[in-house]
Every structure is written in C-alpha cells, then in structure tokens.
Design a protein around this ligand. Structure first.
Ligand code: ZN
Length: 417
C-alpha cells in the first residue's frame, strides 16, 4: 500500500530565509534539483520570490499543455470535457488570464471553447466537469470577460437548452450535482439570476428526494447510488453532492438532512481520520484522493464548518488534513487523485482558519512538485496517467495549483469549491 504515495519526510516547518534568494544568483551554489537540499531551499525561499517561481513554472507548463492538447490537434477535439479533455486546457487558460490579465490568452481560450462547443453539441452528458454544461458555462464566462455580449447570450441560451433525463445520477461528475455546479458558475460570473432559480429548484428537489429514498433506516438521512455503489467521495458520492447543496438556500429540513448526512460520515470514518470510498467498502483505509477519501471530503467539511459554524466539522477537516499530509503525497500529479488536488485541503483550511501552518503544508506539496515532478514523470517514478496533459489527471492540474499558490487566500479547488 505504501507504493501509492511517497513517504512525507518534509519538515513540519521551514522558516523563510531571505539569504535563500541571493544565493540563487550564484550558479555553483544551486543544489541539484530533486534532492532533499533543493527542496529545503525552495521551502526557505521568501514567499514573494517563491510565488514568482510558481507563476513562471505555471505559465511554462500551460504553454506545453496548450501545444499538446490543442496546437498539435487543432480543431480535432476527441474529448471535449473539462475533466480530462480539451475544455480543461481552456479552463487553465481562463485561470492564467485571471492571474496575468493577458487578453491574448483569453482569446485563445475562447477559440478552444468554441471547438468544444461544436464537439459537445450532441452530448447527453450535462455536468460542468464531464458534460455540455461545462462548455456553456465556461463559454459564457470567457465571453463576458471579452466584452462579447452576443456570445454570452449564445452560451447562456445553450445552457438553458440542456435537458436533464429522469435516469440521470445525482453525483458530481455525470449527475445532477454537476449540472447545478455549472448553474452556480454562470450566475457567479455573469450575474445573479442569469439562469433563474426555476432551473435549479426542481433539480435540488429531485436530489433531496432521491437521497431520502435510499437514506434513513439507520443509515445517513441522504444516500445515493452510482453504478450500484453508494459512494462517499467528492467525484461520485455524498461529499460532492452535499458540497453543491450547501451552495444553495435550502429549506430548513433539507439543510438539516445535509448536516446530519455529513455528521454520519464523520461518525463512521476510519480511526485514522480517513474516509471509506463507499458505504459498502468500509474495510480498506487506502485511498487518499479528491475523488475517494479524505481530501475531497475535507473540502466539503471546510464548507460545512463555514455554513453551520460547527466545531465538529472543522475538527474532522483538521484530522483529514493530517491524513493528507502523511499519506497524500501521491505518485500522481493531477487534481483528481494526485498531489496537486491534495494540496487544496491545506489551502482550504488556511482560508478558513488563517493558520500559517496550513499555508506551509500547501507550499510543501506544491514545492515538492516544482522541485521534482518533471524528473519523476520523466523517469516513470510518477504515473503520467492516460491523459498526461489534462486538468484532472495531468500536469495542467499542477499548473493550476501553481497559479493558485500566487494568491493562496483566494485559492479554490477547480470545479468544486
Ligand atoms: Zn480520481
């Protein structure tokens, strides 16, 4: 099991050392990359200098991602999704625009979304991460920042055309929660009420109704199924669905069920502070991913601590973060089940508590990647995944994290927080 992750031998804290900036200038004093010394040196680099390094590395990786997923395959979008496909590249470019304000990048981003629009027109998938709603939502937001009202109107109308079938699951990647996430994204970027609440209300009711059907009877009040299994994690299960529900104004008894569902999870977690992947699989304390396990659930618990002001959720998130620190330095780079995604647990707790220890831990995970991800991927020590340049499984996720590290107080796990 130890081969899932690297043992975390990074110190619990390294003080910043202004001298670390100066010696960088002298070639001979630069420790070899990928060594304990080079990592310690990065960790002691004053934050403003480190932040510049993150930004430069992010923009370099972004160029590589753009060439590999777009430049070389122009207009041939085989996978349009944000999760593993071309829309993920557009989302990274959108993030880079928010950091650099470079409008050229935004224009390229818009072109990519346009081709994803063509490629997804007949898709039956409706979510932000894996479906048509992601294309429409990102398309509308990008058009807004480009000042193209006609294009905003086009994507918003396209979003309104999306039909949700009866047999749709409720989870985040392919289900109702993922559709609602796109709804929230549009209303956040274009303006409250752009998509009226009539579009969300029925979907929320359906989610609650389905959850109650499978919940109760000594179990959590809400429970869901995806391909025959009752998952707990962010991607396919409770954590993802509860997160999205907390972003809406719910009826008091619905909100209460959300709260009790989260309490049920905390009560039935592993003694380590980690969480089972599903209701059925309560024995194996193995996965420490955003998709399954402590990381994705910790982000939901931080949100719950904000919404309910309940100490229990904050304490559980803190315990989950400890699991991530010890077992979350995964042998993968991406957002979904990699180091980049896991770093957001610390960023989220830093945002909530202001405790600098969490910023240090996020920095440590990001520095680990900055120092050696390239080398480990080249040597095959780290898995590149099936989509090595994608946002959720590949290096685009790492670039996204690096961009967030330049403004850690405002960092948010993409397509989730
Ligand atoms: Zn995953």
């Amino acid at each position: 099991m130890a081969d899932r992750f690297y043992p975390n031998v990074m110190p619990d804290f390294v003080a910043e050392n202004p001298a670390a900036e100066q010696v960088v200038e002298e070639e001979h004093s630069i420790p070899q990359q990928g060594t304990h010394e080079s990592l310690l040196k990065l960790l002691s680099t004053p934050y403003h200098t480190l932040s510049e390094k993150f930004k430069r590395a992010a923009l370099d990786v972004k160029e590589t991602v753009l060439v590999e997923t777009w430049g070389l395959t122009r207009q041939q979008v085989s996978d349009f999704t944000l999760y593993c496909g071309t829309l993920g590249t557009a989302f990274l470019l959108f993030k880079a625009y928010q950091v650099t304000k470079n409008t050229n990048g935004l224009a390229v981003c818009s072109q990519i979304v346009k081709d994803c629009d063509a490629a997804s027109r007949h898709s039956r998938d409706v979510t932000f991460l894996c479906g048509r709603a992601g294309v429409c939502a990102l398309g509308a937001a990008v058009a807004k920042y480009m000042g193209d009202d006609q294009l905003v109107f086009y994507y918003v109308s396209q979003f309104k055309e999306i039909k949700l079938t009866k047999d749709l699951p409720d989870e985040l990647l392919y289900g109702r929660a993922g559709y609602l996430w796109a709804f929230l994204f549009i209303n956040k970027h274009i303006g409250r009420g752009t998509i009226p609440s009539t579009y969300s209300a029925a979907v929320i009711n359906e989610i609650i109704k389905n959850g109650r059907k499978l919940g109760g009877r000594g179990r959590s009040p809400l429970m869901y199924e995806w391909y025959g299994e009752m998952y707990w994690g962010a991607a396919h299960g409770l954590a993802g669905i509860m997160y999205v529900l907390m972003d809406f104004e719910l009826e008091p008894n619905d909100l209460d069920d959300v709260k009790e569902t989260l309490k049920y999870m905390v009560k039935n977690r592993f003694p380590s502070g980690n969480y089972p992947a599903s209701e059925e699989d309560r024995r194996m304390d193995a996965l420490v991913h955003w998709c399954h396990g402590a990381p994705g659930i910790a982000l939901t618990l931080v949100k719950a601590a904000e919404v309910f002001g309940d100490e229990e959720f904050l304490n559980a998130a803190v315990d989950a973060a400890e699991v991530v620190w010890n077992r979350g330095l995964l042998k993968r780079v991406g957002m979904c089940h990699g180091i980049s995604g896991n770093a957001y647990v610390f960023l989220s707790l830093y945002r909530l508590t202001g405790n600098a220890e969490y910023l240090y831990r996020a920095k440590a995970f990001a520095c680990f990647l900055l120092d050696r991800a390239h080398k480990l991927l080249m040597e095959g020590e780290m898995h590149g995944g099936d989509s090595p340049y994608s946002l959720f499984e590949g290096i685009a996720g790492m670039a996204y994290l690096f961009l967030d590290m330049t403004d850690p107080k405002n960092a948010r796990f993409p397509a989730y927080e």
